[in-house]
Design a protein around this ligand. Structure first.
Ligand code: ARG
Ligand code: GLU
Length: 719
């Protein structure tokens, strides 16, 4: 065979294989039977699409909830017990913790329902149904409308649909765009607001490996926590009340003790938050060359300061653990994303696709009219957008990263009341502020914040051109001789917000006639100064560009779908319920290294280091390991901890159930591998893996480690 022919055959085989094994895609549960069922069965699924999602009878979807603001959880007993990640319940666990009752360090297990702890503000939502409402939503929308006319049409039609779907029910609903506004779906949900904390392992298990191991494989984190949904006595959603009862759940997941083998079919059900798979190259360029590098460099500094202080003091460690984890999580992920995009040559690949798109559009005058401008327009928009975004990213990651500056925003209400306002209004506002303040100061350390203040203001000052300084930053030059330390000292000295004592004194003697005292406060001034500078110099332009982008994205998406008629497209994630499927699999992170797909307790013992907080293995766990006291949860005498699979997941899939071919719970999704984090922008089947807790480790910890066997009794195990 001639060489070129060999290459041709090879190329065909490669392309064919790629589509055969690509586990990319976050699919719409209600459309599985139409688009995915056949493929899923071919890959090993043993139940039907109807078993996964149905509106006529109970299905797996009835056991999946949106947990809090952005995680997933699943019902695992008929008494409303739900399972999610430790890092999803982290804020709650932390809120219940103090130096005396340190549930972060020691874990917590309610020994009866009376000991389950109330969590104000936490809710879960069940999906009742989702439905394609594109025709209704876009009925009065025309091609010639402006973007704002279009949105207001869509808003009107949506709110009518929402009213119809929810009136005379206790449901809530939203209408959301898919494929960038080429389709619309309504999501009807039921929200429960009495959610109690049942149990969590110590951080040394639930957060084992901490930020060092975060986003990495091999992984040994027991990242789970347990909550329970409570309802009114009649089963309906209700706010917290002592009379509420554990939810009589319609559906709960069965838990499999059988474990996983390489190539086993798996699926993940949940609420992925955002992906951006269809961005043009210009957008990826902006992200890779400007946005993420700036964010990473600013966070480097913030994290360094926090970590230094947390190491020195147990109280500070508890106060800042949740904040630190939040800042560190994005920071570490973005570094993986940058490497990943570079490794797979994402920008070049996007450019190739764009070339094809341009050719395709050119080949027909109708198309040329519809799509010929899309890419050149994109290029223009991103050229304008990049410098604007640079300023806003700097602002949000630097000055807005200072805790006291964000806190100051709470005082806008009070500052707007003056001597003409009624006492009642003023007093209500003061009371509100006292509450907000007591939550804020519980976890506030002004000496950390002052250090952060100094370094964030410095970085803004040094990296942004002077003609883009808001007035307060300019004033550092003339009033403080450009000495930022002097400025920081002044601010922390003068502001009434920098300690709880000062704030209390301030509120105790507050008079509405003195509202200038707020507007003249240096922290408040810095905050309002940035916001108004942003509003007058960036907001309008940004909004216009965003509108242009929205329309271009909508057209580009539709064009891509027309161009690749035979390809099955999934809509980018947008915090709506999705199902993704793949298989248990290994990967090769680097030359000559292959990672196996599971980890065991032995690995925890290997990482043990009492001197490092993240690796300080609890004595009890060591004992269980020494005695191989694993009960029925071991496999071949080994305790499995985590496993890898090729499911396409993202943020929001934390706490999502990982299900086997029969729809039984085999794992709890909690992370991705670092080398695969670019999957939010471009998925690579060779490198992208989701990381799950092996469900048997969860059971082992609850049963053997915590001695909370009564909880396991509630569950439905398949042996
Ligand atoms: N990387 C996981 C996710 O994106 C877990 C984050 C929490 N853990 C941590 N060490 N910060 O959310
Ligand atoms: N830990 C992530 C979350 O909070 C999930 C990991 C991911 O982004 O894939 O949702």
């Amino acid at each position: 065979m001639k060489k070129s022919k060999v290459y041709f055959v090879l190329a065909v085989v490669l392309i064919f294989n790629f589509s055969l094994f690509a586990d990319e895609g976050m699919w719409i549960p209600s459309l599985l039977s139409k688009y995915n069922e056949e493929d899923m069965i071919k890959k090993g699924l043993k139940i039907s699409a109807e078993d996964i999602y149905s509106i006529n009878h109970s299905s797996l979807k009835d056991a999946i909830v949106l947990f809090g603001r952005g995680c997933t959880a699943e019902v695992i007993s008929e008494k409303g017990l739900i399972l999610t990640n430790h890092h999803c319940g982290y804020g709650q666990i932390q809120a219940h913790s103090s130096v005396e009752h340190d549930y972060l360090t020691n874990g917590y297990w309610a020994s009866s329902m009376q000991e389950e702890l109330v969590n104000p503000g936490l809710s879960v939502k069940f999906l009742i149904r989702m439905e394609d409402v594109t025709d209704i939503v876009l009925k009065d929308v025309t091609k010639t409308m402006s973007e704002s006319e279009r949105s207001s049409m869509i808003r009107k039609a949506s709110s009518k649909l929402i009213n119809e779907a929810t009136s005379a029910t206790n449901y809530i609903a939203t209408v959301k765009p898919l494929y960038y506004g080429n389709q619309y779906f309504i999501y009807v949900m039921q929200e429960f607001k009495d959610i109690r904390f049942v149990g969590a392992p110590p951080s040394a298990i639930g957060k084992f490996g901490g930020d060092t191991d975060n986003w990495m494989w091999p992984r040994h984190t027991g990242d789970f926590s347990l909550f329970r949904i409570y309802s009114a006595p009649d089963g309906s959603p209700a706010k917290f009340s002592k009379d509420n009862i554990p939810l009589k759940a319609e559906k709960h997941l069965k838990i499999s003790l059988k474990g996983v083998k390489k190539n086993d079919f798996t699926m993940v059900y949940g609420y992925p938050y955002t992906t951006q798979e269809y961005l043009p190259s210009y957008a990826v360029e902006m992200i890779a060359k400007y946005d993420r590098p700036v964010r990473v460099s600013l966070r480097n500094k913030r994290l360094e300061i926090m970590a230094g202080e947390m190491k020195k003091d147990a109280k500070v460690r508890i106060q800042y653990s949740s904040k630190y984890a939040g800042v560190a999580n994005g920071w570490k992920k973005w570094q993986g994303v940058l490497k990943g995009l570079d490794r797979i040559d994402a920008i070049e690949k996007k450019k190739q696709l764009e070339k094809e798109f341009t050719e395709w559009a050119k080949s027909n005058p109708e198309r040329m009219k519809e799509y010929g401008n899309v890419l050149p327009e994109f290029e223009k928009v991103y050229k304008e957008l990049t410098p604007l975004k640079n300023w806003t990213t700097y602002f949000f990651e630097s000055v807005w990263g200072i805790e006291i500056v964000r806190f100051a925003a709470n005082f806008r209400g009070l500052s707007n009341l003056d001597k003409n306002s009624t006492d009642e209004l003023v007093n209500t506002e003061i009371e509100r502020l006292r509450k907000t303040a007591s939550r804020f100061y519980k976890d506030y350390n002004s000496s950390i914040d002052k250090k952060i203040f100094y370094s964030m203001v410095s970085m803004f000052y040094n990296n942004i051109e002077a003609d883009e300084y808001p007035p307060m930053i300019l004033s550092i030059q003339n009033k403080f001789d450009g000495d930022i330390e002097k400025y920081s000292n002044f601010v922390f000295e003068e502001s009434f917000m920098t300690s709880q004592q000062k704030l209390n004194d301030f509120l105790d003697s507050y008079k509405a006639s003195k509202n200038k005292k707020i507007t003249n406060d240096p922290v408040f001034m810095l905050m309002t100064d940035f916001i108004s500078y942003y509003r007058s110099n960036y907001a309008k332009q940004l909004q216009e560009l965003e509108n242009k982008k929205d329309k271009l994205m909508r057209d580009y998406m539709r064009g891509l779908m027309e161009m690749q008629k035979d390809k099955l497209f999934y809509p980018d994630a947008n915090a709506t319920m999705r199902l993704t499927y793949g298989k248990v699999d290994t990967y090769e992170p680097k030359d000559a290294i292959t990672y196996t797909y599971f980890t065991t307790l032995k690995g925890i013992m290997e990482k043990d280091d009492p001197n490092v907080y993240d690796y300080d293995v609890p004595e009890k766990l060591k004992e269980l390991y020494e005695n191989k006291d694993y009960g029925k949860y071991a496999e071949d005498g080994k305790m499995h901890i985590c496993f890898l699979a090729s499911n396409h997941t993202t943020g929001g899939n934390s706490g999502s159930p990982v299900l086997n071919a029969y729809g039984h719970l085999i794992g709890l999704n909690f992370d991705r591998n670092w080398e695969g984090t670019m999957s939010d922008i471009m998925y690579d089947p060779k490198m992208c893996r989701n990381i799950s807790l092996d469900i048997r480790y969860f059971l082992f910890i609850v049963d053997k480690f915590a001695g909370a066997g009564h909880l396991v009794e509630e569950m439905d195990l398949v042996e």
